[in-house]
Each structure stands twice: as structure tokens, then as C-alpha cells.
Design a binder for this molecule. Structure first.
Ligand code: NG1
Ligand code: MG
Length: 495
């Protein structure tokens, strides 16, 4: 455990109560299984166990990498990682669950390269290892044995990857003997996940490390910091899995990275049209930086800056799909050269070009980012409002969630048929608001459901979505895990 206080089974019992907010024999047994499994595999007990949860994003999708604040909360489903010294100079990695490869890698972090083509789950462990060693400024003197057990469903938008990276990193900082403040672990884990080839922002790592029981958080970036968000009375968030595995990293252009690239191109074009030099425009990295330019140019527009930005986008970017060639002409540089410094982004540019994914939809992407960033702040303001009744608060949150989904679907094109159908079913079943959560292209939805309608809602979604899916695809949702303390209900289907 990160605070090093669990020495006996009784301590473990207390730890489980503290961390999960409920006694839970199953939770206790899970740690016991990890420890026993570790002994069986490596011949001795682990020295350290790291733990970090998945998350559900309530609002603020695809804006963390643009520098804008997001509003997630941690969920009970988590990853636990047991570690001890090994007798050799390798890092051995195994998983308690079946179906995961067993691999080892060199203890010299400088020697490690991730194979992002034949992607293995161990890449995430490697990423955390590199990040922790860099942060500590040293590597372990001996090799390590590592055993992982994770409960966050994969490709579901609940950030199983951050749970794995963060739990491993937390345990490793202990192994390396550095005491790392939470925000710093969140920062370095966000950076090191790029090693795996996703140009992600820092939301998942921040909330996985800094989340608290019973609390949503407004997460800010540069530097990472959080504000508590107390949700209104009667706010129950229900997570439902569309059972479509998120395709965010699958296509040739890697959908997710392609969005990061489109935002950077939108920023560059907006910069140009706001009158900055071509050199400077090409250096712009995020839409957040454009916000500063807009403020300079209009000398602090009255009202919402974000609102003003959307006006600017509407005026300055055409409602069309920009081609590779057009952008090169405008920016006066080969896109391959402009993105040369970033291999993942460059790969997306090339794949988009080779396969002609239809060009770059800059106006819609920018409109999504600025409007979503504004919705996050409105969501927080509604939660904090001293004048709204909880009924009015819920109404406002629901409206913002619905708008967020529409924007993800229509402007950011990161939804899919299954998610849209599930959102429709959730609304029909009594959700006040419903939206995709996480990267999208599959994965989960999160719905705001009135407290007294939760049971009825679940029954109806099962009937209307899952039974239909079961008939279509075969297989049943396996578990139903209720999270009373933190107002989350999760369905999970293995495999
Ligand atoms: P998920 O849903 O876990 O793939 C991704 C990014 C986040 C954020 C969201 C979209 C990773 C590790 N995380 O989350 O940083 O950009 O998409 O809001 O890629
Ligand atoms: Mg070119």
C-alpha cells in the first residue's frame, strides 16, 4: 500500500474499508488472492501493493489534451499490482487473470522500446516503469517480480489503462524509495502513457491518483490540480457498457490521435487568421493557446471567452473538410515536416493522407472543444449554485450531458451506432441526461438517473438494450456491480 501501513491481515481489512467505503469480503479476498498468487508464482510474498481505480468522465470529453478542465470521478473498479525484488536483473510481469501474456523486460529503462504495432498489455507496465525511474532519477538495483490484477473492463472508456499505469507507478515509487506528491505522480504518469503511442491528455491519470471517495473532481491542467465537486442530492450516475469495444486506437490513422492532430491544425489555421505569422501559427499546439490570442486581439471580450471563441471559429474556419494539400498551402509547409517532431501525430497525418480519410474537419472539431470546455464550467457552476434547488441543478446537469453527447456525436464524430442506441434507450428508460463517456467509438455511457427510478431504469435498459444485444451478438452481461457509496452502477461483460 502506498502509505506502507498494511502489515497484517487485520490492517488489510481496515485498508479495504477505508479505500472502498464498505467492508466487502470480496474485496478483501481479492487482495488475499493476489498475495497468494504472487507467492505461488514467485516463491515469496510481495513487498508492495499499488492500487489505482478506473474513472467515469461526467463531462468534458476530448478537451484535456487541448488544455481544458474536465469533470470525472473515480470508480470502484481498479487495478492492484504486487511487486517484490527478483533474483536477477529483469522485470518479470504476469497477470493473475488468464488470457494475458507473461513477459519480462530489461531493468535499464533507457533500453526499453514499446512495440506499438503488436501492442501488448505489458507496454503499460513498461511505460509506468520508465516514468517512475525518470521521476526518481534512478532505477532499481535488482530486477523485479510484478503480478497484476485488474477489474476495469478494457476498451470501455473507463480507463483501464490509467488504472494499470498508475497502480504500477505508485508501487514503483515506493520500491524506488521516493515519496511523490499525488499531483506529481499524476503528471509523470500522464506523460509516460505517451510511450504506448496514445497522445492522451492527463484526465485519467489525474483522477485515478487524486480521486476521493464520494466526490467528483474538476481537474485542471498545466499544472495538474483538482477542485472538489459536490454533486446535488439525488444525483445517481449509472454507467452502462455498450459492449462495443472502443475503436479509438484501431484504425490506420488512430482515431484518437487524429483528433489531436485536427485540433492542432485548427489552432494553426485560427492563429493564421487571427494575424500571427506562419512560423508562430505552426508552433501553436492547442486550442487553449488560441484562446489567449483571441483575448489579446479583442482585448478581453465581454462575457464568456469560450462563447466568444465559438463565434471566432464560426467566422474564421470554413464549414468544410480541409484537404492535406489545402492545409499545406495555407501553412506554407509540408504537414509531414510540421509534425516531424512527434512520431505518433506524424503517423496519423501519414495514415490520413495515404488512406485519404476524407481530410480534416477543423471547424467542427474546434466548435466541439470550445463548447465542451464551456459546458464543464457550467456543470461545476450548477453543482455549486447557492440559488438553484437540487431539482433545478439536476435539470441543468442533464441538459449539459445531453448537449455533450450531441456534440461528441455530430461535431467530434467519436460516437458509434451502439453508443447512440444505448443513449436513446437510457433516455427512454428514464435517464434525465445521458452521454458517451471516455474516448468513445465504443465503450460506456453515463446517465443521470433520478434516485427513485434507478431500479426501474436498470430493468428497462436490460430489456431494451442488453436483451436485444444478446440476441444480436450472443453472450450475456456477466456481472452487475453496484456502488452505493459513490453512486455508480456498472455492468460489465467479460470478453
Ligand atoms: P479513454 O476513454 O480511457 O480512452 C481517453 C484519454 C483521455 C481523454 C478521453 C476523452 C487515454 C489514456 N485517455 O480516455 O485523456 O482524452 O479519451 O475525453 O488515452
Ligand atoms: Mg505532404
Amino acid at each position: 500500500m502506498a502509505d506502507g501501513t498494511v502489515k497484517t491481515w487485520k490492517d488489510l481489512d481496515r485498508f479495504v474499508k477505508e479505500v472502498y467505503g464498505s467492508p466487502g469480503k470480496d474485496l478483501y479476498d481479492r487482495y488475499v488472492a493476489l498475495i497468494e498468487g504472487f507467492k505461488e508464482k514467485y516463491g515469496k510474498a510481495p513487498e508492495i501493493i499499488g492500487r489505482s481505480p478506473g474513472r467515469v468522465n461526467l463531462i468534458g470529453e476530448h478537451i484535456d489534451y487541448e488544455g481544458y478542465s474536465v469533470l470525472p470521478m473515480a470508480i470502484k473498479q481498479d487495478t492492484i499490482v504486487a511487486i517484490s525484488e527478483s533474483g536477477d536483473d529483469k522485470v518479470h510481469v504476469a497477470n493473475l487473470r488468464s488470457g494475458f501474456s507473461e513477459e519480462d523486460f530489461d531493468i535499464d529503462p533507457a533500453a526499453l522500446v514499446a512495440d506499438t504495432v503488436n501492442h501488448s498489455w505489458v507496454n503499460y507496465v513498461m511505460a509506468a516503469y520508465i516514468g517512475a525511474c525518470q521521476y526518481a532519477g534512478q532505477r532499481p538495483t535488482r530486477g523485479l517480480n510484478i503480478l497484476v490484477e485488474g477489474q476495469v473492463p478494457h476498451g470501455s472508456g473507463l480507463s483501464s489503462s490509467a488504472a494499470l499505469v498508475c497502480s504500477t507507478a505508485l508501487a514503483l515509487t515506493e520500491v524506488l524509495g521516493v515519496s511523490a506528491p499525488q499531483a506529481e505522480v499524476a503528471q509523470f504518469t500522464a506523460e509516460c502513457e505517451k510511450f504506448v503511442g496514445t497522445e492522451s491528455g492527463g484526465m485519467d491519470q489525474a483522477i485515478s491518483i487524486m480521486g476521493e471517495l464520494g466526490m467528483a473532481k474538476l481537474v485542471h491542467f498545466h499544472p495538474i490540480r483538482t477542485e472538489d465537486v459536490t454533486l446535488p442530492d439525488g444525483a445517481i450516475f449509472v454507467i452502462a457498457n455498450s459492449l462495443a469495444v472502443s475503436q479509438k486506437a484501431v484504425s490506420a490513422a488512430k482515431q484518437y490521435n487524429l483528433r489531436v492532430v485536427e485540433c492542432r491544425l485548427a489552432a494553426a489555421l485560427l492563429g493564421l487568421r487571427l494575424g500571427v505569422s506562419k512560423d508562430k501559427a505552426r508552433e501553436l499546439r492547442t486550442l487553449r493557446e488560441v484562446e489567449d490570442l483571441v483575448r489579446e486581439k479583442w482585448n478581453g471580450p465581454k462575457g464568456s471567452v469560450m462563447g466568444a471563441e465559438s463565434e471566432v471559429v464560426r467566422k474564421l474556419l470554413d464549414k468544410k473538410v480541409y484537404t492535406h494539400g489545402e492545409l499545406e498551402k495555407e501553412l506554407d509547409m509540408e504537414l509531414e515536416d510540421m509534425f516531424a517532431g512527434n512520431p505518433s501525430q506524424l503517423a496519423s497525418i501519414k495514415a490520413a493522407h495515404d488512406r485519404d480519410v476524407g481530410g480534416f474537419n477543423l471547424r467542427d472539431r474546434a466548435m466541439h472543444v470550445y463548447s465542451e470546455a464551456a459546458r464543464v464550467l457550467e456543470f461545476k457552476a450548477a453543482c455549486d449554485s447557492p440559488t438553484l434547488t437540487s431539482e433545478q441543478q439536476l435539470e441543468e446537469l442533464a441538459r449539459l450531458m445531453d448537449d455533450s453527447h450531441a456534440s461528441c456525436r455530430d461535431l467530434y464524430n467519436c460516437s458509434c451506432d451502439e453508443l447512440d442506441e444505448l443513449v436513446r434507450v437510457c433516455k427512454k428508460a428514464g435517464a434525465r441526461g445521458s452521454r458517451l463517456t471516455g474516448a468513445g467509438w465504443g465503450g460506456c455511457t453515463v446517465s443521470l438517473v433520478p434516485q427513485d427510478k434507478v431500479e426501474q431504469f436498470i430493468a428497462e435498459v436490460k430489456r431494451e438494450y442488453y436483451m436485444a444485444e444478446v440476441n444480436r451478438k450472443g453472450g450475456l452481461p456477466k456481472e452487475e456491480v453496484k456502488k452505493d457509496g459513490k453512486k455508480v452502477v456498472l455492468w460489465e461483460k467479460d470478453g
